[in-house]
Design a protein around this ligand. Structure first.
Ligand SMILES: [Fe+2]
Length: 254
């Protein structure tokens, strides 16, 4: 098994979900497998060979990649994933990521309007691909089968930054209102899978959280309907020098 081995998040009759943190940016990659057909999709691959190896060992057919957005750390492995996967390999991303200059490989574009969704499938499993702009113009959140795969739109303790090229704080707030509406209607035991492992305020480092807990504790979702709280959120823009320092410290430790 590739190193580090992926963590099993769900394994039932319908679906297997694996998660691995890959690279120096704390990226979380998610592999979804339809148990009936053995078809698999990788969301935001950081390392193509890693996920093809995982699928080969388990006799799963890795036929597509879904991208939450086009930032480098979420797409680094996509070319390699396609090369190993061959001519029929599919890559899905929202067309609005073109607004920030994304010219990377893709075979299929999501075209749904902001804060609406369209269908996307792996094997017999059906997911909703929701256009959730704010972090980037065409950021996509995948919802279905007891999962919310939220990329850099919504982390477990807070939301993603909006100050990079193509980011939009107003849209991020609209998106969070939209997602909050959806999250209050799904099974509260549904699992949120974010794009990065970031520490919560209490210092813990979970990589998954149930929707019920997230709705009660996520500082961005709690602030979204309150101007004073929203305007006091300090992470909508990010201190890059602090982030760089933290990365250097992590690299030194490893
Ligand atoms: Fe990002």
């Amino acid at each position: 098994m590739p190193n580090p081995p992926p963590k099993v998040i769900i394994d039932n009759e319908e679906i297997t979900v694996l998660q691995a943190q890959l690279g120096q940016w704390d990226n979380l990659n998610h592999l979804l497998i339809c148990k009936k057909t053995r078809d698999a999709v990788i969301v935001d691959p950081f390392d193509g060979k890693y996920w093809h190896d995982v699928c080969k060992i388990n006799d799963w057919n890795l036929g597509s990649a879904w991208l939450t957005h086009s930032h480098w750390d979420h797409t680094k492995g996509v070319e390699e994933t396609q090369q190993i996967g061959g001519d029929n390999f599919k890559i899905f991303i929202h067309q609005k990521e073109g607004e920030r200059g994304w010219e990377g490989p893709h075979t299929d574009l999501f075209t749904c309007a902001e804060m609406t969704h369209e269908k996307v499938e792996v094997g017999k499993l059906i997911f909703e691909a929701h256009c959730t702009p704010g972090h980037t113009p065409g950021h996509t959140t995948f919802i279905g089968n007891g999962l919310i795969i939220s990329g850099d739109c919504l982390f477990l303790g807070r939301c993603g930054r909006c100050d990079l090229f193509g980011g939009d704080e107003g849209k991020q707030r609209q998106t969070l209102r939209y997602l909050k509406g959806i999250l209050t209607t799904v099974d509260p035991d549904s699992i949120v899978l974010p794009g990065h492992q970031y520490a919560l305020e209490d210092g813990t480092l979970p990589t998954t959280m149930d929707v019920e807990t997230l709705l009660l504790s996520n500082s961005a979702l709690l602030a979204v309907d309150d101007d004073r709280k929203w305007n006091s959120l300090d992470f909508l823009a990010f201190d890059d020098s602090m982030a760089e320092k933290a990365r250097r410290q992590t690299a030194k430790r490893s």
